[in-house]
Structure formats: C-alpha cells, structure tokens
Design a protein around this ligand. Sequence first.
Ligand SMILES: Cc1ncc(COP(=O)(O)O)c(C=O)c1O
Length: 383
Amino acid sequence: MKLFDVYPLNNITIEKANGSYVWDDKGTRYLDMYGGHAVISIGHTHPHWVKRIEGQLNKIAFYSNSVIIPLQQQLADKLATVSGKTDYQLFLCNSGAEANENALKLASFHTGRKKIVAFKKSFHGRTSLAVAATDNPSIVAPVNETDNIIFLPFNDVNALHECFVQEGNTIAAVITEGIQGVGGINVASDLFLQTVRSLCNQYGALFIADSVQCGYGRTGKFFAHDHAGVDADIYSMAKGMGNGFPIGGILIAPHIQPKHGMLGTTFGGNHLACAAALAVLEVMESENLMILTAENGAYLMEQLKAIPELQDVRGRGLMIGFGVPDQLKDLKKLLLQEYKIFTGEAKPNVIRLLPSLALQKEQIDEFLQSLKQAIMALNKNAA
Ligand SMILES: Cc1ncc(COP(=O)(O)O)c(C=O)c1O
C-alpha cells in the first residue's frame, strides 16, 4: 500500500533522539531548532517522561470517558498551578485542530450565535470550522466553506472596532493566536489583545486564545496572550502539551457552563496521554523551563538581531522568526544539509525557530556559529 503523498519530505530518516538532538539512520547527529514543529517542549525522550509513560503503560493505557479517570483531575490541578488559570475548567482532546473545533463550537453553544472573527495569516487547524477560520483557501474544501467567518487584518484595532459596531450582536467569538506561527511569527500587540478582550466583554462574545503553537511556556509565560495582561475565555492547547505524545485540550473560563453531551471524544484524556502531559508539566516546574525559555530566548534574539543579513528578527521566548534576503533563500536547506540543523520555515523566505524549551545556551551558540558560517558561504556564492 502506498502512503497518501501529502507531505513534501526531507530525505532523512530519524531513528533516535535525546534532548535537543536527533540522529538519523546513518548515525549523523542533528541539532533540532524546530522541535518537530514546536511539539518538543521538555526535550526529546526526557527520562521522566519516558518513565511516566512506561509506568502507566504497565497499569492501563486506555479506558473510555464513561468512568472516572483520576489522572485527568491530576492534570487539571497541575495545569491550574503552572498556567495560573486556577478557576478554569479543562476539556481534553487529541490535537490542536480538535481543540479549536471544540473551542469554536463551545463559543457558539454558549452565545447562541454563529459568526466568528478570525485574522489574516491565521492558522487554526484542518477540521471543518478550524480550517474555515484559517486564512488559507488552498486547504479549505468546498464543504468547509461558510459565511460565518469574518477575516480582519491582524493587529488592526480600528478594523476590529468597526466590525463589532456593525456585527457585534451576531459574533460568537474572536479567535487569535498570541503569536501567529504558520503565518510567519507575527506577534499580536498588547493593545490588539486588550481590544479583543474589551470588545468581547462589551458585546457578549468569547475570546478564544489559540495557544496551540505559541502556548505552553514557549514565550516564557504559560500563554503568549498573558504578555498583554488579559485573560481569554477559552485557551486551546496541543503541541507542547505531550512532548510528542498526541494530546490537546481547552481551558474554559468559569462563567461558561458545561452540559452533558455538549462536547465529547473517544480518545481524549486517556490514561496514557494524561501521564505524558503530567510528566511535561512536572518537568516544566522542576527544571524552571519557563524562566530558562525567557532568558535563552532573549539571548538568542539579541544575537540574531546583531547579524546584519537577517531581516526583522521577531518573536518571544523560543518562538522566533526572521526574514532572509533573496540571496539567502537556500539558508534553511543549507543549515539542514551541511550544518545538520533543523529549522522551520514560513513562506516567503522566513525562518522559524521553535526548539525545545530545554535548549541549552551551548546549543544556542552552536546554532549561531553554524548560522553565521552558512550565511558567509551563501554570500560568497552570490558574489
Ligand atoms: C496555531 C495553531 N493552531 C492549530 C494548529 C493545528 O494543530 P494540529 O496539527 O495538532 O491539529 C496548529 C498547527 O500547526 C497551529 O500552529
């Protein structure tokens, strides 16, 4: 049977991993500045995470949501402490798209309204409503098309005001990433997020903070939206939550009431996924990963800003992007092929860095040295 060919692949087979390094089948080591697409939060194969999952596997891996699963409550309690959202409620699912799908549905159930405000360059996932709220027509199937999504320019406070004046009483939710990831690392301004909050309050809409990529400590605070000093009504989470074990979830503000049957899933919140997610939060706490992320991110950002060829170095913590001029358009490829470093990209000519939050200072220096050499090599070729 052939694999359904939807991924443009690098011709590399990764066989093992540890911390911020991965190794291919020939034994070559790569520095992972991509974190498997922002998924590796506490480091590949962290021993505490492995032990937690192994221990759980030997007890029970799965039972359905028809019984009490104490690990879910333990995860909710730990999330309350680490995120600081102590009075929120937790619903567990399996992926980022599913988290946003549930968030959007919940907002519509709660308000009885249909319209969703989303933003240019957003990415919220590939399920029906999440993809409809994603600004990329090429991945929206005809059946996903809907008139219920209003796209506004990102960070445009006036457009937001005007939209609410015209349609405020029909809007169920505003959904926005704190930092757009797939869209190219675009940081939401504090004023923008504060305006979302106050307009949602004024018109009775819900504020959904898509934290699938920018959340879970990646910016040095638990949620990127926290930097603006506002609370959202719903936070969607996935990627870093399981450090590679598939799990997603939404945090739901206390004023939103649940009803039996309103949301549901077979696999969401299973024993094994909860054990993995608990291990992640335990390591984030014991290794002070959010503080380290803020410090290491600031250092990396400062060093990148000092490299004259890089354009508009931006981001927060360990979610960083920069543009490269046309003569450096092969930089990502060269970093991978010659310098054995994984990075991410966003078109056109934007490189994204989304490493593990446990990235060490020496690894940052290793990356910077290779980056400078790669730029020098490309400059020489262009001359
Ligand atoms: C901001 C954001 N939301 C949602 C998703 C979808 O997550 P998943 O691929 O787990 O469905 C992504 C994935 O890249 C994302 O970056």
